[in-house]
Design a protein around this ligand. Structure first.
Ligand SMILES: C[S@@+](CC[C@H](N)C(=O)[O-])C[C@H]1O[C@@H](n2cnc3c(N)ncnc32)[C@H](O)[C@@H]1O
Length: 401
């Protein structure tokens, strides 16, 4: 089929996941690399019973929000969704997505503002590269296993180990740079002898060379993160989220707080400052290495109780939670906290602060919290993953007496 015989659609609103919604012969089609209000020629990439997926291959009428992508591979590499969109407009699209999820899944009407976090390029302090059959590092095409070789990724942090300058005998290869400038590679491949790194770990987490324990700094606290253990990716993310969580939690001296899905204890350290020596922070993390790292950073804090267990089990069994708490902070993975919500609500906290990296999971869980007597209060959202469709929310849920 030559280019001009491909169909043309009028593009409607943005959808969760980075595409916009259009109609083709009455069928819903999710169009990547388009913008609301545009007329674009599309190539259908996927057909399901309920909808089509497509790529915009020619823009016939462009949105004023369209810009020249900063990346030469935009539209080919699946790593970014919004390289063609002005960063302020990206935030408006993300705000529309959060508002739509809240409307659809929780029945809540909200005007959402997504706050800017700079920089919008050079922000990825962790990148996992796949490799092509001839060993070149790259990123996968959207919804395929095909690896697009990448020599320069504009959203990758400039101080990351220079993985793309080398050939690898297998993937994946994860490159990490910490806020204190330590450079780590996590891979099972043969590591080039001239790669400039401070440490190499295997994907099983074991040390292969150098140090694999990174120090992350969020003033005034230091945190240990071993290997590819969880840490916020954007260089400003940890500070931004700590400030937002502390503002939202309003924890007072002497309060009892639960920090669920605590990672290496980022929020725990600051919540412990807020509740002081007469308070308590019960910090729950399921990943064994993450929990060990939290212990390394926080073992001196008498008001912190570290629990290495799943949130669901800790809610049932942890004695320190048995008498309830005043405030809960929860920061689950993308899937959200569906199973944990009833147990969290049963803790009877006056306030729950929900940190969410998926607005759909957040909206679904907000609806469940409502069934358990919690009403959505202020919600902030942050563009912590510029050029992608990802967005981070910090939502307050207050107990309705
Ligand atoms: C989004 S991260 C947040 C970590 C931390 N709050 C931070 O900002 O650094 C989610 C964390 O939840 C942990 N996790 C995943 N499932 C869990 C579960 N069922 N119970 C407890 N922790 C879990 C992961 O290991 C990860 O450390």
């Amino acid at each position: 089929m030559n280019g001009t015989s491909l169909p043309v659609v009028e593009v409607g609103p943005v959808a969760h996941g980075g595409s916009c919604v259009a109609r083709l012969d009455g069928q819903v089609v999710f169009v990547r690399h388009s913008l609301p209000g545009e007329r674009v020629r599309i190539r259908v990439t996927d057909t399901t019973k309920r909808f089509l997926r497509a790529d915009a291959v020619e823009v016939l009428e462009a949105s004023p929000d369209r810009v020249e992508p900063p990346c030469a591979l935009a539209g080919t590499c699946g790593g970014c969704d919004f390289q063609h969109v002005d960063p302020a407009a990206q935030r408006r699209l993300l705000a529309d997505v959060v508002a739509e999820q809240l409307r659809r899944l929780a029945g809540i009407e909200r005007d959402v503002v997504v706050e800017e976090v700079r920089p919008t390029l050079g922000w990825r302090t962790r990148v996992t590269w796949s490799t092509t059959p001839d060993g070149r590092p790259g990123l996968r095409k959207h919804r395929t296993h095909e690896v697009v070789p990448v020599e320069h990724c504009p959203i990758a942090h400039p101080d990351l180990p220079d993985v793309t300058a080398h050939r690898w005998d297998s993937g994946p290869v994860e490159a990490i740079v910490s806020s204190t400038g330590q450079r780590l590679v996590v891979t099972d491949a043969t590591v080039p002898s001239d790669l400039d790194v401070d440490g190499v770990a295997g994907t099983d987490g074991h040390r292969r060379a150098g140090g694999t324990r990174l120090t992350e700094h969020v003033a005034p606290h230091d945190f240990t993160v071993t290997g590819s253990g969880f840490w916020q990716v954007h260089p400003e993310a940890a500070r931004t989220l700590v400030d937002a969580v502390l503002d939202a939690a309003e924890a007072r001296p002497g309060d009892r707080v639960a920090d669920l899905y605590a990672g290496v204890g980022l929020f725990t350290a600051f919540l412990a400052d807020a509740v002081g020596p007469d308070g308590l922070v019960v910090s729950v993390e399921a990943d064994r290495q993450g929990a060990r790292d939290a212990r390394r950073s926080l073992h001196g804090r008498s008001q912190v109780r570290l629990v290495a267990d799943s949130t669901e089990r800790a809610l049932r069994r942890e004695p320190a939670l048995a008498d309830g708490v005043d405030v809960v902070v929860l920061d689950p993975p993308r899937t959200g906290a569906r199973k944990a919500v009833p147990g969290v609500a049963a803790l009877g906290a006056r306030r729950v602060v929900y940190v969410a990296c998926d607005p759909a999971a957040l909206a679904r869980d907000v609806a469940t919290f409502a069934e358990h007597g919690y009403r959505l209060g202020p919600l902030r959202a942050f563009a912590l993953f510029p050029m992608t469709h990802h967005v981070e929310c910090v939502a307050v849920l207050d107990r309705v007496d």
